[in-house]
Every structure is written in C-alpha cells, then in structure tokens.
Design a protein around this ligand. Structure first.
Ligand SMILES: NC(=O)c1ccc[n+]([C@@H]2O[C@H](COP(=O)([O-])OP(=O)(O)OC[C@H]3O[C@@H](n4cnc5c(N)ncnc54)[C@H](OP(=O)(O)O)[C@@H]3O)[C@@H](O)[C@H]2O)c1
Length: 289
C-alpha cells in the first residue's frame, strides 16, 4: 500500500529481508561499486533502495523508511558494505560498571531482548563467529541465528588445549559447522579442528585472521568474552566494536576490557561513535579502524 508520499509501507520482517538481500548481493555481485541497488519482491511488492557505500547512507528508496528501518540500515549496511578485505567486528553487553558477567560467569542475560535480537542479526550478516574458551565453558551458547531469518555462520572456538568436549551446545547443531582452534603441538583426529602455533601460550590473533581469511570468510564476528575481544582490540585488528550498556550495576564481575593500563589521558584516542537505543539499553556503535 502506498502512503501519502507515494512510497510503499514496509513491515519489520521485510526490512530484515532487505538487509539479508544486501548481504547476498555483496557476497555474489559486488564489484568495486560506490553505489549499489538492492531489490527484492516481498508480499507482491518489489521493494528497492540504493545505497551509497562511501557516504554510508540510503540515497533512494521506493518504501517508507521509519525509525525502525533507519536504525537497522544504519547498524547493518556499513558492516555488509565495508571496504576491507576482512572486516572484524566485536560485540559486548556490559553493565554500567563495566562487567560482562557475574564473577561466577553468569551472563544470561545482561542486556535486553532487543539486544539479543541484534546479536542474532550480527551473526546472520557475518561469515564466521569467534569466541573464547571461557565463553563456551561458562555460558554454553548455541551461537546460532535462531531468533532471526538467516543462515547460522561457521563458529570457531579458541580452545588451545583441546579441552571442550562435544557435549557443549555449540557443537550439537546439525549443521556441524562448529570448529576449534587448538595448539599445533597436540594430536587430534577430529574433523572439526584447526591448528595454529603458539607464542607465550597464546595464538597470534593475526594468525587467526589469516586462517579464516583463507577459508574465504570476510566478515568476522568476535562475540566475546572480554579477554578475547580485548586481545583483538589491543592488536588493532577490530574495525568496529558494538558495546551495549545495560542499566544495571554488579559491583564485581568479569570485565569487558582486559588491557594494559594507560597512565595518561593524553595518549588516548577518542573513537567515532554513534548511539542506538535497544530496549532499555544503549548500544555504542564504535568505529575503530
Ligand atoms: N555480556 C557479553 O556480551 C558476553 C559475551 C560473551 C561472553 N560473556 C561471558 O564472559 C565470560 C567469559 O569471558 P572471559 O573474558 O573470561 O573469556 P573468553 O574471552 O570467553 O575466553 C578467554 C579464553 O579464550 C582463550 N583465548 C582467547 N584468545 C586467545 C588467544 N589469542 N590464544 C589462545 N587462546 C585464546 C583462552 O583460553 P585458555 O584458558 O585455554 O587460555 C582465554 O583464557 C563468560 O562468563 C561469558 O558468559 C559475556
């Protein structure tokens, strides 16, 4: 149905379908263009919009863009149409006092259901999800896209000592698309293993990026926890960080950032940030490099 401005109305579901169409377009057709035209027929209507990749904005559209659609386009299109060979994105949900979980590791759920939807949406537009060992051990997540339409991407867990057994939820999904990266000194005949060398008891995060790049993964979603995100951040490998701040105070817990302390405010770089309301939370959308 057309509204007064002669543009089609669009449902929330159809907005999300257009985002997935943009992801499909980028993966299959994009060839160094500065503007793209995305279209999809939904419920008998051919929805269409043009997107300026440099300006990061929709420049032409045949449907009404309300606050909901505007928010989704601003959040997801810059990630989909990034101009990097590989693009690394992190997300953390933290309390007002900077914790991502209680001291015992309970984190379900620090943030709102709107933020949970957002996490599933980020999974759906990513090519691979990476999480640290503690997140699987303490949180036991599925890391699938079950709350939104869209394919669950490959999942990789950093498990250098190969300690995580098959009982964890991340390995039980029928797509069998969950893998571990383990120390290359260990022997393993499991099919879902990659091996990398270690220095000082750690993988080099750049080796992890090279590994997934060789697998043709372009949008890499580091989904936590704090230690894992911090190590990619410290190596300047993260292009974007989504930090969701929930209006709760824990007092003590597992920290978002485990990085060397800075002694002077002069050394600090102020990052470019935009803010999105998510239920009762605020999401800081931070461009890093
Ligand atoms: N609120 C949120 O957004 C959110 C998101 C995710 C998780 N969580 C919560 O956060 C907690 C876990 O966070 P966390 O900071 O303790 O741990 P984490 O980041 O989940 O896992 C850290 C562990 O992963 C492995 N790892 C990470 N980088 C590595 C590297 N470069 N090389 C080798 N191994 C590497 C190490 O395992 P080893 O022990 O083998 O050295 C490291 O100790 C859980 O309670 C979880 O529920 C919250």
């Amino acid at each position: 149905m057309h509204n007064k401005s002669n543009k089609f109305s669009i449902t929330k579901k159809s907005v999300w379908s257009l985002i997935l169409q943009a992801k499909y377009f980028k993966a299959n057709f994009l060839d160094d263009k500065s503007q793209v035209s995305i279209e999809k027929s939904l419920n008998g209507i051919k929805y269409r919009f043009e997107y300026d990749i440099q300006e990061k904005k929709v420049i032409n559209n045949n449907f009404k863009i309300d606050d909901y659609a505007n928010n989704l386009f601003k959040l997801y299109l810059p990630i989909i149409f990034n101009n990097k060979k590989t693009y690394l994105l992190g997300h953390l949900a933290q309390t007002l006092d900077g914790f991502i979980a209680t001291q015992s590791g309970e984190s379900k759920y620090i943030s709102s259901k709107e933020n949970l939807f957002h996490i599933h949406a980020l999974r759906a537009i990513s090519d691979v999800i990476i999480v640290g060992y503690n997140t699987v051990r303490l949180d036991n997540p599925f890391l699938t896209t079950r709350l939104v339409k869209g394919k669950s991407p490959m999942r990789i867990i950093l498990d250098k000592n190969n300690k995580l057994g098959k009982k964890y939820n991340v390995f039980t999904n029928q797509d069998e698309n969950a893998y571990k990266i383990i120390n290359d000194n260990l022997r393993s005949s499991d099919h879902n293993i990659f091996q990398l060398p270690m220095t000082d008891n750690q993988f080099d995060e750049k080796d992890i990026v090279s590994l997934v790049t060789k697998l043709n993964k372009k949008v890499i979603f580091i989904e936590g926890g704090g230690k894992t995100i911090s190590s990619f951040y410290e190596k300047n490998l993260l292009n974007k960080l989504h930090l969701c701040i929930s209006p709760i105070i824990l007092g003590k817990g597992i920290s978002s950032f485990i990085i060397p302390k800075k002694d002077s405010l002069n050394e600090l770089i102020e990052h470019k940030v935009s803010y999105h309301k998510m239920g009762c939370d605020i999401l800081c959308d931070i461009d890093l490099c």
